[in-house]
Design a protein around this ligand. Structure first.
Ligand code: TXA
Ligand code: MG
Length: 349
């Protein structure tokens, strides 16, 4: 049975966090909110505990986990070395939505890193995540708390939907405010490389350290020839059950195309879901139209996206059309997740 612990404020609930931390120390699984998405935590230094994560999620065992820490000094025993560029990045973006890949120390079990000699580390800023990790007194391995292949959970109810009965505890706090996973940056390569776009943008990273590359395996036009370096990026992911198509192009052409396709599907007796930005919602007369958020406030789209994909599943739509989004700033992460959700079905009008 899964215990559901409701927490709204970390300070008032220290006792509850202690209870959760005790489960983690005993080798159990606890889902908890972070500023990016909800995580499914286990003691990252206990291979038997991390094995349970893979089982509960149905996650392939070669997909490595991120270790979450609450204090800068807790990094030292987990890694072989800390490159100067990592120091800079941690100073600017920790705690927060940035995960760094280091060479791992012998302390970190290969079960946690999917057999790799490197380890991913992040220090979340969310007060509940921070308090829980601090109380646990061990690094917490935590992937997103969804069933493998489903959109990451941004609300406690998403975690309950996927993992009720499969884990020991769910800390039900507020919705995650960023709504997309952390940016993963490999600092072991000569030039730091973004392996997964996320909450910290390419522009922010470039401004801080000057030189930064983007893994060829996650770049749309190069994907056919290069394999992504983050094992998790190669799996189908974030996918709603219904096939989704992204329509890109000038505003009016996009609206016209989606309206036309929607009409055709409805004639065939199909239920159509449409993901449109706030300013365009009223331009669609048929289908189930959901607002992604404001085009000039892409953070709102980031925060809504995963919940909307889950909602479309619950509504039982047969096909989904989504308006394309521009890929600067946080847009790079939004486009990356939307393309994956669409299985790269992208139409240019
Ligand atoms: O925001 C987040 O990062 C959330 C919250 C819970 O912290 N966690 C998360 O974990 O998204 P997960 O397991 O769903 O995604 C981790 C990603 C995967 O794509 C994985 O392949 C990659 O990071 N990764 C982990 N360790 C790695 C390593 N040593 N080398 C390369 N990629 C790694
Ligand atoms: Mg995940």
């Amino acid at each position: 049975d899964t215990i559901v612990l409701k927490i709204q404020q970390e300070e008032k609930d220290r006792e509850k966090l202690r209870q959760a931390a005790k489960i983690l120390r005993k080798g159990g699984l606890v889902a908890f909110p972070t500023e990016t998405v909800y995580g499914l935590g286990a003691n990252g230094l206990d291979p038997e505990a991390t094995a349970k994560i893979y089982e509960a999620k149905g996650r392939p065992s070669d997909n490595p986990l991120i270790l979450h820490i609450s204090r800068r000094e807790d990094l030292v025993p987990l890694v072989k070395e800390i490159p100067p560029v990592a120091e800079k990045l941690m100073e600017c973006f920790w705690p927060g939505p940035l995960t760094l890949i280091f060479k791992k120390s012998a302390l970190v079990p290969k079960r946690t890193t999917g057999g790799l000699d490197t380890v991913a580390i992040r220090m979340p800023s969310h007060p509940i995540a921070h308090g829980l990790i601090k109380e646990a007194k061990v690094p917490i391995a935590a992937p997103s708390a969804n069933l493998s292949g489903k959109p990451s959970p941004t609300k406690a109810e998403h975690v309950m939907h996927d993992l009720m009965g499969r884990i020991d505890m769910i800390i039900a706090g507020p919705a995650s405010n960023i709504g997309l996973e952390s940016t993963v940056v490999d600092v072991t390569s000569a030039i730091p490389t973004i392996l997964r776009p996320g909450g910290i943008t390419y522009e922010q990273l470039k401004k801080t350290i000057g030189k930064i590359e983007i893994d060829k395996g996650i770049q749309e036009d190069l994907k056919e020839t290069f394999k992504p370096k983050a094992p998790g990026m190669k799996y189908t992911h974030y996918a709603p059950s219904a096939p989704m198509t992204i329509v890109q192009g000038p505003r009016n052409a996009v609206i016209e195309k989606i309206n036309k396709s929607t009409e055709e599907y409805i004639k065939q007796g199909k239920k159509v879901g449409i993901l449109a930005t706030e300013d365009n919602v009223k331009k669609y007369s048929k289908g189930l139209v959901l607002s992604l958020g404001k085009r000039d406030k892409p953070e709102s789209i980031a925060a809504n996206l995963f919940a909307l994909l889950r909602q479309l599943d619950l509504e039982g739509v047969d096909v989904i059309f989504a308006e394309g989004i521009t890929s600067d700033g946080i847009g790079m992460a939004i486009v990356n997740r939307m393309n994956k959700a669409a299985g790269h079905r992208i139409v240019q009008v």
